[in-house]
Write a protein that binds this ligand. Structure first.
Ligand code: 5GP
Length: 194
């Protein structure tokens, strides 16, 4: 039985195209003392990038392991992004919400829309950038990805940017400090103050 709406905490969903800078934005906002939030750690079948740690950045799983968890209903949502599976482990999120915490999910658009269906009170924030060419250069600067991966991410980014109207709040990330301030203000306004 889905009774998400009776849990005292709040679910915050943050999406934005690859290269929108959303991870940096979320990390900086979470460090600010005015905001009190917890970040959900997703599971993924993609390989770790240099510097990424299992259990901190993601739970890195094989496809069969991911599929088994999915079949057992262990994900609040899951999606295939750029050829890999990603999912939000349901248990930790429910536990934190039961404790009255604000839980941030940094997930793609498909997953965000699934969460909104299941948990209508979830707040959906979309991190936007002033122009598509900014996304492209940010993706290319991240030299760890192959050309094929970059092109696939760019095509996906175009589609994602068109979905912004389905979110509760667009958040422009042109100047980082300003965007962090805006995100913290949104969080505090929605019951995630420190
Ligand atoms: P990356 O591979 O660059 O870390 O992430 C690729 C995309 O997958 C990003 O848009 C990221 O937000 C999304 N993502 C990360 N975790 C999840 C998740 O648990 N569920 C869904 N639906 N998307 C996720």
């Amino acid at each position: 039985m889905d009774d998400w709406e009776n849990l005292p905490g709040r679910l915050i969903v943050i999406s934005g195209a690859s290269g929108s800078g959303k991870s940096t934005l979320v990390r900086l906002a979470m460090q600010r003392p005015e905001a009190r939030t917890r970040l959900s750690v997703s599971a993924t079948t993609r390989a770790p990038r240099p510097g990424e740690e299992d259990g901190r950045d993601y739970f890195f799983l094989s496809r069969p392991a991911f599929e088994e968890l999915r079949e057992r209903g262990q994900f609040l949502e899951w999606a295939e992004v750029h050829g890999n599976f990603y999912g939000t482990p349901v248990g930790p999120v429910r536990e934190l919400l039961a404790l009255g915490e604000c839980v941030i999910l940094e997930i793609d658009v498909q997953g965000a829309l699934l969460v909104k269906e299941r948990v209508p009170s979830a707040l959906l924030i979309f991190v936007n950038v002033p122009s598509f060419s900014i996304l492209e250069s940010r993706l290319r600067d991240r030299a760890t990805d192959s050309e094929e991966t970059i092109l696939r991410r760019l095509a996906n980014a175009r589609w994602e940017l068109e979905q912004v109207h389905r979110y509760d709040f667009p958040l422009m990330n042109s100047e980082l400090d300003q965007a962090v301030n805006d995100l913290v203000a949104l969080l505090v306004q929605h019951g995630c103050g420190g």
